[in-house]
Design a protein. Structure first.
Lengths: 224, 211
C-alpha cells in the first residue's frame, strides 16, 4: 500500500503541476491577446490623428481658403445683381459707373480674401469637433475592453482548476493509502539494546589492585 | 475528492470574464447605435440648409437696404436739385459715392449672412457632439435620440433678426456735403447774390455798432 500511495502521490502531483503550467500559459496567452487588442486601438488612434494632422496642414488650409474666397465672391456677385430700385432717373446716375463697379469689385475681392480666413477657421473648428468625437469613442472602447482584462486573467488563472482538482484528489487518495498502510501494519520495531550485566571475572593479569583472584567484579564500579 | 465532485455539480468557476465581455460588447453596440441615431437626427443640417439660412438673411435685409438706398438717393437728389447742382461735378461725385456705398452695403449683407450661417453651423456641430458625449456615460440610445430630435427641431425654428443698420448714414453726414449745402443758397427767381454767405434759413446777425 505504501507503494500505491507513493504512486498516486506522484501522479496527482504531476497532474497538479501540469495544471499550473497550463494555467500560466493561458494567462500569458490572454495577456498577449490584450496587448494585441490595445495595440489595434492605438493604431486606430494613430491613423485618425494622422488624418486630422493632414486636415490642419497649410495645403489643406490653402484649399479651404480658396474655396471660401470663391464662395464669398459668388455671393457678392449674386447680391450685386439684385437692384435696389426699379427706376433710376437719368440725372441720378453716376458719371463714372464703370469705375464705381471696378472699385466695388476690387474691394469685394480683397474682402473675400480676408473672409476666407474665417471660413478656414470654421472648417478647423468643425474638423476638431469631429476628430474629438472619433477619439473619444476610441478611448471609451479601449478603456472598456481594458476593464475586462483582469477578469480574463482570472479566468485564465483558473482555467485548469479541474485538472488541478483531479490531481489533488489523486494525491489525496495516495495519502489515504499511505495512512492506511501505516496504521494497518503490525508493530515493527527492533529489540532495545540491553546492557550486559554478566559478571566480569577478575583477571589477575590485568588487574591492578588488592582484589582477590577469581572474584566477581561489578562492571559499574571502579576498582581503581 | 468530494470537493471536486461538488464543484463539478455546481458548474465550476463562474465565467466572469465572459459575462463582462458580453456586457462590454453590448455597451459598445449601444454607443454605436445611439451615435447612428444622433447622426440621423442631424442629417438635415447639410450645406443646403445652411445656404437657405444665409439666403434667408439676405432676403430679410435687402428690402431694408432698398428703403435706405431710396431715401438716401432722394435726399441727395433733392439737395443737389435744390442747390442747382444736378449737372455739376459735385453731383457726379455724390452719385458715385452713393453707388459705391450701395455695392459695399450689399457686400456687408452678404458677409453678415455668411457669418450667421457659419455660427449656426458651429452651434449645430457642438450640440451634436454634446449629445454623443452623453452616450459614453449613459449608453442609452433612446434618450440620446430623443434629445437629438428636440435639439434639431430647435435649430430649424426661425430665428429673430435685428433690423439693418442704416448703411448710408456716413454718406449723408459727410462734411463737405453739409458745408456745400450751407455755402450755396437755394435757387430763386431773383438774381443770385454771390456776396452773401450763410444759409438762408439762418439769417446773418445784424452788424453791431460797437466792437
Amino acid at each position: 500500500m505504501s507503494y500505491a500511495g507513493a504512486a498516486t502521490n506522484i501522479v496527482g502531483g504531476e497532474l497538479s503541476g501540469w495544471a499550473n503550467v497550463l494555467a500560466k500559459q493561458n494567462m500569458f496567452d490572454t495577456y498577449k491577446r490584450e496587448l494585441a487588442q490595445q495595440q489595434q486601438f492605438r493604431d486606430q488612434g494613430a491613423g485618425l490623428f494622422q488624418g486630422f494632422l493632414g486636415q490642419a496642414g497649410p495645403g489643406a488650409a490653402a484649399t479651404e481658403m480658396s474655396q471660401g474666397r470663391q464662395a464669398r465672391e459668388k455671393s457678392y456677385q449674386d447680391v450685386a445683381a439684385t437692384p435696389l430700385s426699379t427706376f433710376t432717373p437719368p440725372t441720378e446716375q453716376s458719371t463714372s459707373s464703370a469705375r464705381d463697379k471696378a472699385a466695388v469689385n476690387m474691394r469685394g475681392q480683397e474682402r473675400a480674401t480676408l473672409g476666407a480666413y474665417s471660413d478656414w477657421q470654421l472648417r478647423q473648428v468643425l474638423n476638431n469637433i469631429q476628430n474629438q468625437e472619433a477619439l473619444k469613442q476610441l478611448t471609451s472602447f479601449a478603456g472598456g475592453q481594458a476593464g475586462v482584462f483582469p477578469l480574463q486573467m482570472y479566468k485564465a488563472q483558473h482555467s485548469e482548476d479541474t485538472l488541478a482538482q483531479i490531481g489533488a484528489a489523486i494525491s489525496s487518495i495516495g495519502g489515504g493509502a499511505a495512512n492506511y498502510a501505516q496504521f494497518s501494519q503490525s508493530p515493527q520495531f527492533s529489540q532495545p539494546q540491553q546492557q550486559s550485566f554478566a559478571p566480569i571475572t577478575y583477571n589477575p593479569n590485568t588487574y591492578q589492585g588488592d582484589i582477590p583472584s577469581g572474584a566477581v567484579l561489578n562492571p559499574y564500579l571502579s576498582y581503581a | 475528492m468530494g470537493f471536486a465532485i461538488a464543484d463539478a455539480f455546481m458548474g465550476g468557476t463562474p465565467d466572469y470574464a465572459g459575462q463582462a465581455q458580453a456586457s462590454e460588447n453590448a455597451r459598445q453596440a449601444q454607443i454605436r447605435k445611439g451615435t447612428k441615431q444622433v447622426n440621423q437626427a442631424f442629417a438635415g443640417f447639410n450645406p443646403q440648409f445652411y445656404n437657405q439660412r444665409r439666403q434667408a438673411y439676405i432676403d430679410y435685409a435687402m428690402p431694408q437696404l432698398s428703403d435706405q438706398f431710396t431715401q438716401t438717393r432722394n435726399q441727395i437728389g433733392f439737395g443737389l436739385a435744390n442747390k442747382g447742382l444736378t449737372q455739376s461735378g459735385t453731383s457726379g461725385k455724390q452719385w458715385s459715392d452713393l453707388f459705391r456705398q450701395e455695392g459695399v452695403a450689399k457686400q456687408n449683407i452678404a458677409d453678415t449672412a455668411t457669418s450667421q450661417s457659419q455660427a449656426l453651423q458651429q452651434q449645430v456641430a457642438n450640440s451634436q457632439a454634446n449629445l454623443i458625449n452623453q452616450l459614453y456615460t449613459t449608453a442609452d440610445p433612446a434618450s440620446a435620440q430623443q434629445s437629438a430630435i428636440q435639439t434639431a427641431a430647435g435649430f430649424q425654428a426661425p430665428s429673430t433678426f435685428a433690423p439693418l443698420v442704416n448703411q448710408f448714414s456716413g454718406l449723408l453726414n459727410q462734411y463737405y456735403i453739409s458745408q456745400l449745402l450751407n455755402q450755396k443758397p437755394a435757387t430763386s427767381a431773383a438774381a443770385p447774390d454771390y456776396t452773401s454767405y450763410g444759409s438762408q434759413f439762418a439769417p446773418l446777425p445784424q452788424p453791431s455798432s460797437s466792437y
